[in-house]
Design a protein around this ligand. Structure first.
Ligand SMILES: *Cc1c(COP(=O)(O)O)cnc(C)c1O
Length: 422
């Protein structure tokens, strides 16, 4: 099976380029491991999403947790995206990157009191509320600040998104949202609480969803609920459909935003409701590469290992989800083809980036890129094994720029103290 090259990538005279830059040049200057993003691809993905929904009243909110680098949030904000945030940290990032408060929604099951206050003070579009106790806490916080709190209720529609167990969120046994069977009284409570301004309903059923069917099923359930509420005198202005649309890691054929919009449009006909959409992975995943260099090759008889300088602390998805990421050499060598596991230096057997891959036997020092690493890559990284986090670079045509410095050894120990007297 031939894996297609990442968007914007091509081999020219056997060297891998992204947009108009040879990747070897970036890697030589900025070092490895290194995250490299294509500005053009992020904008294309955003436009495809936004234009896919052009026929419906909507606002795209970038789910910042997928990749929270300031340059990427700012790029999407300038293109018109708002932000879906899950913490005060992400609120800080979104505001700093220029996202208007009125285009920010705050999701998550465990918002702290200080986070609720910060979001009320900023004047965000709305909170996506996940429990009765959270709703009451927001009401109290709003009263203390003499403000009204705009909210949507996150409903758990009990729909199977047919994705990986760890990233499905819309089944009734998941911790997220209020079970749809118990949701009506919560909407009524929200409508009654003095400081709560009930604006809508929210769902987010999972991630890496490949077909439109779970979305359509979810929408039908939510609209039924909305109709019941309408009959009881409660009108919803916003319907937040969450994110979760899948991308191609290997040879999948995920539904497109346009197909999704088309498949839900019928159910929405004649309704005066604005859709909110929260794509994360879709906007950034295939715009990102993780570049690394080969340290050592080992042939243990039964198999080959290629030990590289990137590891599970830099890209956790393979170790965490057994996720597949395609790997490409920076130099398309003619060498003998081998089947190998590509592994990092971290002291864990689970530390691998790719398993059983056929590729030309690389030389020590050769560069490789791990594809589709733009979402849930850098942000899920850690300093485990005291490895400074990698730098991040943005490519724009024939130019590239560092959008996050590589961490230093001093960064590793920042804030640590050795008590002097014990
Ligand atoms: C994670 C998350 C998203 C983004 O999911 P993707 O699969 O990256 O599109 C959107 N909304 C909420 C509430 C989330 O938790």
């Amino acid at each position: 099976m031939k894996t297609t090259l990442p968007p914007g990538c091509a081999y020219r005279r056997d060297r891998l380029w992204l947009e108009e830059v040879p990747l070897e040049e970036i890697v030589r200057d900025a070092g490895t491991p290194l995250y490299i993003y294509s500005r053009a691809r992020i904008l294309e993905n955003y436009q495809r999403y936004d234009e896919g929904f052009a026929g419906l009243a909507h606002q795209v909110l970038y789910a910042v947790k997928a990749n929270s680098n300031a340059a990427l949030i700012a790029l999407l904000a300038r293109a018109g995206a708002g932000a879906d945030i899950v913490s005060a940290g992400e609120l800080h990032r979104a505001r700093r990157a220029g996202v208007p408060a009125q285009k920010i929604v705050f999701s998550g099951v465990g918002k702290r009191p200080d986070e609720i206050r910060a979001a009320l003070e900023a004047g965000i579009l709305m909170f996506n509320v996940e429990s009765i106790e959270e709703l009451q806490a927001i009401d109290r916080a709003a009263a203390a600040l003499h403000k009204a709190a705009p909210v949507a209720i996150r409903v758990n529609p009990d729909v199977d998104a047919m994705t990986h167990d760890h990233i499905t969120t819309g089944k009734k046994e998941n911790k997220f949202g209020i079970p749809i069977s118990k949701a009506l009284p919560v909407f009524h409570l929200a409508a009654r609480l003095p400081r709560i301004n009930l604006l809508g309903a929210h769902v987010h059923i999972g991630s890496q969803i490949m077909t439109t069917r779970p979305y359509v099923e979810t929408l039908n359930r939510i609209l039924k609920l909305a109709d019941t509420l309408e009959d009881q005198g409660v009108t919803l202005r916003y319907l937040d459909l969450g994110g979760g649309l899948g991308v191609r890691y290997k040879n999948e054929e995920p539904a497109t935003p346009k197909q999704l919009a088309k498949d839900i449009a019928k159910a929405l006909r004649n309704r005066n409701i604005t859709l909110l959409l929260e794509p994360g992975r879709y906007l950034v995943a295939d715009a990102g590469l993780l570049a690394t260099r080969v340290l050592y090759r080992k042939d243990v008889g039964s198999k080959h290992f290629i030990v590289v300088d990137a590891a599970m602390n830099d890209l956790a998805r393979p170790a965490l989800y057994d996720a597949y990421h395609a790997v490409f050499p920076l130099h398309a060598g003619k060498g003998k083809r081998i089947t190998a596991d590509i592994v990092g230096p971290v002291c864990e057997s689970g530390d691998y980036l790719a398993r059983q891959r056929v590729l030309p036997l690389p030389e020590q020092g050769d560069g490789l890129v791990v594809a589709t690493a733009g979402a849930y890559g850098f942000v899920m990284g850690s300093q485990y094994n005291s490895r400074p986090r990698p730098a991040e670079v943005l490519v724009h045509g024939n130019r590239w720029t560092v959008i996050r410095d590589r961490e230093t050894l001093d960064d590793l120990v920042r804030g640590e103290h050795i008590p002097s007297d014990w």
